[in-house]
Structure formats: structure tokens, C-alpha cells
Design a binder for this molecule. Sequence first.
Ligand SMILES: [Zn+2]
Length: 341
Amino acid sequence: MTLIIDCHGHYTTAPEAHTAWREAQVAAYRSGQLTPAYPDISDDDIRDTIEKNQLKLLRERGADLTIFSPRASTMAPHVGDEAVSLEWARRCNDLIARVVGLYPQTFVGVCMLPQSPKADLAGSIAELERCVNELGFIGCNLNSDPGGGHFQHPPLTDRYWYPFYEKMVELDVPAMIHVSGSCNHALHATGAYYIAADTIAFMQLIEGDLFKDFPTLRLIIPHGGGAVPYHWGRYRGLADMLKKPALASHLMNNVFFDTCVYHQPGVDLLAKVIDSKNILFGSEMVGAVRGIDPETGFYFDDTKRYVDALDVPADQKHAIFEGNARRVFPRLDAILKAQGR
Ligand SMILES: [Zn+2]
């Protein structure tokens, strides 16, 4: 019996009042007014948005549990200042905690961070601690480009990020490297910016020696690892040219890819190139690509179907669906064990 754990879901269907408050918050910041009061959102409002969407699709597709975080495209750390980001992050994370409270068997929380282009990571460290220790979250989404599409932040191997990694290691939580909305008109958010950021993150990790300093740090690169698996030979060759160890020891004890690749040949390639111990089942549903594939008649983001169809041994499939998630998210494993699962 394998639990089907989707490591990548966002609350893209959050109640309208929550989204409207964000718009009012940003408008107030821009006009120098006080932030409006946060609206009352009832449990029924939340149930309504979850049961018609994520929960319905989860059940239809046969998944058991989603690792759930605030909507990525609206994290928008480039909007407003650090105080704006902090209040927005807290509201979003609190809303995730309410979803988890209503459906503790089906959702587990991952937080967004109150990053801001000119800020250090002190606020993000505090929010991570709050979410893990007070809300019971099991990980975070770390934005490698808080400027929103101009890539002006230091690489992920830079000491700028170290205080945050130290806290992650202390709390024993992983991060999914996940950018947000694009404010660069040359970069479509989910089609270009996300996939580019994923690929860039992996190359940054090749160039540095981050896991020498943090041997237990764990990072998930979403969307199938961007272009990395397809270009695996290029990255192995670059590691060799840069006099780095082979990728298996240089990065692949610490870096994981999800299965948010929206067609069978892509998931086949992922599983052929990348060791199954480094692959976590994910769908990013309801998210970037919401339609039905006319070639198959099934939703593009019904990624369980592609993993089910993989020609790999049963133990590897179990690792992709369940085992790896329990290993990468030890706090998830503890929650599941406490639930007798
Ligand atoms: Zn995502």
C-alpha cells in the first residue's frame, strides 16, 4: 500500500476576500494609507474553495495528500516593501494553516516567506520559525529571485542565503526553490520564468560548493527540474570542466526534482535520467496548466497518470510517490506516523 503524496500544491483558489484584501493592501501602500483590516473568512468559505477544486481533483485522480503552500504567482515579493511582504506572508500562511486544520488527513502546510528585494533574510527566518513551530508546517518555498524576473540576487550558493539555510538545517525542513510572478515582460511567468529559474538554480548549485557547508540541506527544484534532466549531459560535462565532483556526489544527495512535467514522454525522460531517489511526485494542481490535453483526453497536470505508467520497479514507484517525500520532509513523516499512516 503506497500513500500518494503530492509534494507541490498551491492554494490558487483562495477565497475572494483574501485576494481582494491583498489588492487593497497594495493600493494602501502605494497611496501612503493605512492597511485595511483583514476580512473575516469563514470555515465554510474555505471548504467551498477546497472541496470544489483541489479536494475534488485529488480524489478523482487517486492521490492521498498534498503538501500545500500559498499561491506562488501572487507571493510577489517585489511588490511593496518588506513590511508589506511580511503581513501578506503571514496572512497567506495562516490561511494555509486553516486549510490544514480543516483537512488534516489531506493537506500539510508549507510556507511562503516575506522576502523583499532589498531586505536581508531575518524576516524570512522568523516567519519560517513561526510556521514550523507554531503552525506545524513541514517546509518552505524559497524564492531565488525576489526581484521578479531580473535575476539580480546573489546565487543560491552565496553567503547571503546562509543564515536562512542554518535555520532550515536546525528545523530539519527542506525548501522548494520557487519564484513568483514575473515583472519582466520578456518572461512569461509559468512558461518561461519558472522553467528558467529552475534551470538557473541547478547551475548555480553546480558552480558552488553549498552542500560541503550544509551536508544535510535539502532543496527541491520544481517543474521537473526545469531543463536540467533533458540537458543532463551538459550539466555533467560542465561539472567536469569546472573541476567539480560528479553530480551524484556533488548535488544529488541534496537536490530533488518533482514530476510537474505535463506529458508522458517528459516524465519518462525524467525517470530514465534521474535516479528515482531524487524524484518526488508532484502535480502543482490546480495551477499553471489547467486544461485537458486533446491528444489524451486527460488533464495535462494529472501527473499521477504519467508516473503510474512508468516502466520502473515497484519499489522505485513507491519511493517517488511516498518514500522520498517522507525522507525529504521528516516532519511529514512524523505527522503521518502520529496519524497511524
Ligand atoms: Zn508551484
